[in-house]
Design a protein around this ligand. Structure first.
Ligand code: ADP
Ligand code: CIR
Length: 352
């Protein structure tokens, strides 16, 4: 859909069907109230709603293009935040990773019949910088330099190297995407939010030697810290991530808001910015959609395809993760995924 002007974008979302939270929460009254506003970084309402208006299949449909957008466009964004994270008001507890040293999640699938791999990621944005599309390549390079300097001080298991996309061949890049390590360049909703502007400048990935600790640099969010490994040892995955993040937190300042927690360009990622997931094989539950949806609903789980957001499942393998990230602590978010997956596996076994 070719439309960029605010009036065209509004016409599109107000006259077409969409299940997005943007469509649900942008009334004509609100549109009129917000249409002349802009932030000190230069973000307008058009920038915030462009992706959702052009992509009617969006689930959320809005992006904050700088930290101030959350205040200037609060009347639209706050109801979307509450709806997505299932909270009554926009409020977030203090960061709490739990007692990480004593953490002991029992493996959910010792025999590895159901869980193929486990991953936890936490998004972060640099303090004082805007988000796409209100972001220049000069700023991307500046942020890249700050984070690479911090990552290069990591030691032991976390020691690794930064691989810039600017000097990586297309084949190397594709291999990392296929291995579920690297971010893709074909997410249509992110593209229309300016997520790939200036590609590949300032983008890259940090990888430890075992490829179990990964940092995405300048995808949509400035940073994604990721820990992943085969099997179902959530304690090992989560501990590694938090330990790494705590090292980086000592050297880099992140964007934070008392009510919204850690900031992200997508309202769905505010608060903890944490998504804990397993790749779970569940052929029986795939045939019993009603039961599957009921368990996901009760445990606030989200299902994605095997290649991430906006992709399909294959051979009954789904990416199962916590949906909520704001209004609960990091530890509680991880537990939501853990408890939900425990019930999914039990039910899958009963159906066999
Ligand atoms: P994000 O998790 O950062 O929101 P995506 O949904 O796009 O982003 O997923 C990014 C990549 O991580 C994809 O390649 C996806 O398949 C991979 N991934 C997610 N969860 C797991 C997991 N438990 N095991 C292996 N790969 C995973
Ligand atoms: C969408 O609106 O569908 C995308 N722009 C991103 C949604 C975020 N995904 C999610 O459910 N956490």
């Amino acid at each position: 859909m070719e439309c960029n002007d605010l009036e065209d974008l509004w016409r599109s979302i107000s006259t077409h069907t969409s299940n997005s939270l943007l469509k649900k929460h942008l009334s004509e009254e609100k549109y009129i109230h917000l249409k002349k506003r802009s932030t000190k970084y230069g973000t307008t309402l058009a920038d915030v709603i462009r992706s959702g208006c052009k992509n009617l299949d969006s689930k959320v449909g809005v992006y904050a293009c700088d930290p101030e957008s959350y205040k200037v466009f609060k009347d639209l964004l706050d109801p979307i935040i509450c709806d997505y994270h299932r909270v009554k008001e926009v409020n977030h507890p203090k960061c709490d990773y739990g007692d990480v040293a004593k953490l002991n999640f029992r493996k959910l699938d010792e025999a590895e019949n159901y869980i193929i791999s486990t991953r936890v990621r936490i998004g972060r944005c640099h303090k004082g910088f805007s988000f796409p599309p209100i972001l220049t390549n000069v700023q991307r390079k500046e942020m890249e330099e700050i984070i690479v300097k911090a990552l290069n001080t990591l030691e032991g298991d976390l020691k690794g190297a930064y691989h810039s996309l600017e000097s990586m061949s297309r084949n190397e890049y594709q291999q990392l995407v296929d291995d579920h390590i690297m971010f893709r360049d074909d997410n249509h909703t992110l593209r229309d939010a300016g997520g790939y502007d200036g590609w590949p400048v300032g983008r890259g990935v940090y990888l430890n030697n075992k490829k179990t600790f990964i940092v995405w640099v300048n995808e949509g969010d400035h940073l994604r810290f990721i820990s992943m490994e085969k099997g179902s040892d959530l304690s090992s995955v989560y501990k590694r991530l938090i330990f790494a993040l705590q090292q980086v937190e000592m050297k880099v300042e992140f964007a934070y808001d008392d009510k919204r927690g850690f900031l992200s360009n997508c309202p769905s990622n505010l608060g903890t910015c944490l998504r804990a997931s397993v790749h779970l094989k569940m052929p029986e539950l795939e045939r019993c959609q009603e039961i599957l949806n009921d368990i996901c609903e009760r445990h606030n789980l989200q299902l994605r395809g095997v290649n991430g957001e906006h992709t399909e499942s294959a051979e009954a393998v789904y990416d199962v993760s916590n949906k909520r990230r704001l209004g609960l602590t990091e530890y509680q978010a991880v537990c939501e995924m853990y408890n939900g997956v425990e019930e999914l596996i039990k039910t899958e076994q009963q159906l066999e």
